[in-house]
Write a protein that binds this ligand. Sequence first.
Ligand SMILES: *[C@@H]1O[C@H](CO)[C@@H](O)[C@H](O)[C@H]1NC(C)=O
Ligand SMILES: *[C@@H]1O[C@H](CO)[C@@H](O)[C@H](O)[C@H]1NC(C)=O
Ligand SMILES: *[C@@H]1O[C@H](CO)[C@@H](O)[C@H](O)[C@H]1NC(C)=O
Ligand SMILES: *[C@@H]1O[C@H](CO)[C@@H](O)[C@H](O)[C@H]1NC(C)=O
Ligand SMILES: *[C@@H]1O[C@H](CO)[C@@H](O)[C@H](O)[C@H]1NC(C)=O
Ligand SMILES: *[C@@H]1O[C@H](CO)[C@@H](O)[C@H](O)[C@H]1NC(C)=O
Ligand SMILES: *[C@@H]1O[C@H](CO)[C@@H](O)[C@H](O)[C@H]1NC(C)=O
Ligand SMILES: *[C@@H]1O[C@H](CO)[C@@H](O)[C@H](O)[C@H]1NC(C)=O
Ligand SMILES: *[C@@H]1O[C@H](CO)[C@@H](O)[C@H](O)[C@H]1NC(C)=O
Ligand SMILES: *[C@@H]1O[C@H](CO)[C@@H](O)[C@H](O)[C@H]1NC(C)=O
Ligand SMILES: *[C@@H]1O[C@H](CO)[C@@H](O)[C@H](O)[C@H]1NC(C)=O
Ligand SMILES: *[C@@H]1O[C@H](CO)[C@@H](O)[C@H](O)[C@H]1NC(C)=O
Length: 822
Amino acid sequence: MLSIFFILNSISVPSFSCPFHQKQSLLHFKSTLTNGNSSSYQFVELKSWNLASDCCSWEHVNCSITGSITELHLDGVVVPPPDIPVFSSILAPLFHIRSLTLLNISNNSLQGEIPGDGLVNLTKLVHLDMKDNYFNGTIPRQLYLLANLRYLDMTNNSLNGTLGSFPNLTTLRLGDNWFHGQIPSKLFELKSLRVLNLSDNNLEGKLGPELGSFRNLTTLSLNNNFFDGGIPSQLFELMSLRFLDLSENTLNGSLSVEVGKLLKLESLNLSANYLFGNIPQEIGNLTNLREFSLQNNNFSGGIPSSIVNLKKLEILDLSINHFSSQIPTSIGTLPNITALVLSKNNFIGPLPSSMKNLSKLELLWLHDNRLNGEIPTWLFKVTTLSSLFIGGSGLIWNNEAKIVPRCSLSSISMYSCNISGHISDWLSTQKDMQFLDLSKNNLEGRFPDFLAEGRLEIINLSENNLSGSIPPRLFENVHILLLDLSQNNFTGELPETIGKATRIKFLYLWGNKFCGNLPRNLTKLVNLKVLDIHANNITGYLHDTLPQIPTLEVLDLSNNSLEGYISNNISNLSSLRILDLSRNSLTRSIPREMGNLSGMIKSPENSPSFPISHSIWFSIFDHVVEDGLISEDLVVNWKKSKQRLASRHLETHISLDLSHNKISGEIPSSMGNLKALKQLDISHNKISGHIPVSFGNLGSIESLDLSHNEISGSIPQSLENLSQITVLDVSNNKLRGKIPDGGQMSHMDDLISFENNSDLCGMQIQVLCPEDIRRLERRDKEDEKQSWFLWEGAWVGFLVGFFSSILIMGHFINFLLFLKNW
Ligand SMILES: *[C@@H]1O[C@H](CO)[C@@H](O)[C@H](O)[C@H]1NC(C)=O
Ligand SMILES: *[C@@H]1O[C@H](CO)[C@@H](O)[C@H](O)[C@H]1NC(C)=O
Ligand SMILES: *[C@@H]1O[C@H](CO)[C@@H](O)[C@H](O)[C@H]1NC(C)=O
Ligand SMILES: *[C@@H]1O[C@H](CO)[C@@H](O)[C@H](O)[C@H]1NC(C)=O
Ligand SMILES: *[C@@H]1O[C@H](CO)[C@@H](O)[C@H](O)[C@H]1NC(C)=O
Ligand SMILES: *[C@@H]1O[C@H](CO)[C@@H](O)[C@H](O)[C@H]1NC(C)=O
Ligand SMILES: *[C@@H]1O[C@H](CO)[C@@H](O)[C@H](O)[C@H]1NC(C)=O
Ligand SMILES: *[C@@H]1O[C@H](CO)[C@@H](O)[C@H](O)[C@H]1NC(C)=O
Ligand SMILES: *[C@@H]1O[C@H](CO)[C@@H](O)[C@H](O)[C@H]1NC(C)=O
Ligand SMILES: *[C@@H]1O[C@H](CO)[C@@H](O)[C@H](O)[C@H]1NC(C)=O
Ligand SMILES: *[C@@H]1O[C@H](CO)[C@@H](O)[C@H](O)[C@H]1NC(C)=O
Ligand SMILES: *[C@@H]1O[C@H](CO)[C@@H](O)[C@H](O)[C@H]1NC(C)=O
């Protein structure tokens, strides 16, 4: 018995260990990573790979019954330090292992083109996983020759080119690459396909009827491409479909009643397209549906009553559409709903009380609708709720509704809900919040201390009646990204601790009664983009306290009591696009360095990355989310949600306002460099000297206000180059001479904009200039007929202008002289 056992063993052991040349290939692979040029590569774990042992026993390796290697699970094995490239050539030894049926080299930071010459030798390959690398170039044609391949995953690489066809595939995942062009017709020959994922590419064209040929398809993901046209009816013949994602394309048309044929559908995502019409009643056939999103389309009408059949529904997102019905009572009969997102529609009526049965509700977003009625008291007793956005929904708070202590909301938005009373009473139980928007209510009391200790990232308490000073501890909270306390009754100085909140990007403190100097530690806010403290009583010398923050895009200190002057280090604020220092008591002259503000020199390529209108709170939120600063689950503290609100397209504003100060001296001609500036206001100062000729370079300027100064000389001819200008005010200065009348300047004919100067003339104010008069006289002699025609219009203009000029402009003498000459 024993000897037989030994004999069997001695026979079977060698036949089960892997062939020596395959072992060598693996060891070679390992050594190229550990030796040679790339000695700095680290392995996750390949310790078991050594010459002494059977390679069939190694980690990441599987063998067939006869001992040849069939599977290599090498995902995430290569972990190079940053900046060390790992080229796909390291795979070369693996291509000698011809018996491979499965090769997984995903998530290895591999660069370069896919080694087609090597892979084509692995003729037995069934399963090839190359996702999450940096492969570039096109899919090599050799891959199309792998006749046994069933599963191919190249998700998340940098592949481009057009697509070819693979025989006999059941799974094809090419998402998150740079493929472009249409889906090639050859692809539709893959009748056996079960999973097709082409999401996040640059594919385009219409979705053709050919889609119907994928009879066995269970998953179809074409999201985030440029597909247009309607959804072909053949798609609804794909009876096996369980996941359908066509979101983020430019599809239009309506959702066909045929959608009711997709009885196995578990997830339907059509968000971010241009689809319209009603949701068909037939949606109620899809009793397996768990996720349903139509977010950001043009759907209208109501939620069909058949929704009552979708008992498995967990996520319903109809936000950003034109739905205008009541929220149906049947919503409350869907036991598994965890996310209900109906925001930004025109939903009306009260919240159905049946909703209190939604015992798994975690996320309820109803903001920006036209609901009415009171916020039901049960809402604050739904203990599963972690994200509640009902701001601006039309629901009004009543005194009874209080958050019960068992609730733990991580995000609340209840702006414009009529909430009154003391803020600390209202919120005292909520300590885990990350996002809080209670703006536009009637809250009173001091800034609650417990909020300062929490994990809040986004705080909007603007437009309330809050008072007292900001607790210095607030800024020791390192999480804060956005703080909006504007339009309250806060007092006291801004604490020096502010420098500790280094993550902060948006700081709105305007419209309060803050006093004292700008804290020096503001300069430590190295991520700050917006600092808006206007309409307070900030004092001190600007030249001492100007925060030096290169990331700052908006600085608004207007309407305070700042003294001192604008120092030449202003140009360190190189990202600045909006600077408003108006209505202070600044003195001295505008420094030459003002012309070096690079943010005002170059137009931004896309829309600015900061919110301008603070009133559009949600665009701020969108921005913060889209910026990737907050991962979705951070904002809503909610695992499954991929919710995003589409960001508004914000207008580009680039402006400089120094008006209503005591600034003197001359305008530095360097200011003509600010080519991207759209608005410049230096009015109501004591500025003297001339208007620089360089102002003709302010090519983007739309509004230029130089009024109420002591500017002399003439208006430079170069202003005729300002093709965008629509508002020009030079009134109340000491200007003289002819107003340039070429280009857009000929339309600057608002008399008030030129009044109270020394001696201006020009057709805009219907005052003929001496040189025109001389020219006229000359012409008169040369060609009487022509001059009559030429001056016919002027004569009419003159009559109209005559009286108004006398009345308004006080150029009576000029006119008498002119009349006499004429
Ligand atoms: C090392 O790098 C050089 C060039 O950088 C290359 O020619 C050589 O083939 C590399 N050797 C190995 C073992 O990768
Ligand atoms: C492959 O080998 C691993 C151990 O390395 C084992 O857990 C796994 O079940 C094997 N897979 C197959 C398909 O044999
Ligand atoms: C593929 O196989 C051919 C023929 O067997 C051989 O010549 C070639 O070197 C192999 N290519 C690679 C990259 O292993
Ligand atoms: C692929 O990337 C490598 C470097 O990682 C580069 O040398 C090569 O030119 C790229 N190929 C293509 C087709 O972009
Ligand atoms: C793929 O990308 C590379 C590098 O960006 C480019 O040179 C090449 O033309 C692209 N190929 C195709 C087919 O678009
Ligand atoms: C693979 O596809 C080809 C046609 O492309 C077909 O002839 C062949 O039978 C298929 N093989 C298998 C195993 O399905
Ligand atoms: C579709 O699936 C069925 C059942 O799994 C199978 O019998 C049939 O061959 C598949 N059709 C194609 C074209 O692969
Ligand atoms: C879908 O629902 C409609 C009515 O809601 C019904 O008439 C039809 O038979 C259903 N379709 C399927 C395929 O079950
Ligand atoms: C609701 O979810 C639970 C847990 O995920 C599941 O067991 C149950 O079947 C679901 N209910 C329905 C009606 O699908
Ligand atoms: C603001 O606070 C002051 C006291 O600091 C108080 O007298 C005043 O009434 C408050 N204003 C408003 C609008 O609440
Ligand atoms: C201002 O910043 C400095 C340096 O980080 C720090 O030492 C100081 O404590 C800060 N001031 C306050 C009041 O926090
Ligand atoms: C602003 O502050 C100064 C000094 O702190 C004070 O004299 C002045 O009255 C305040 N102005 C207003 C409008 O509160």
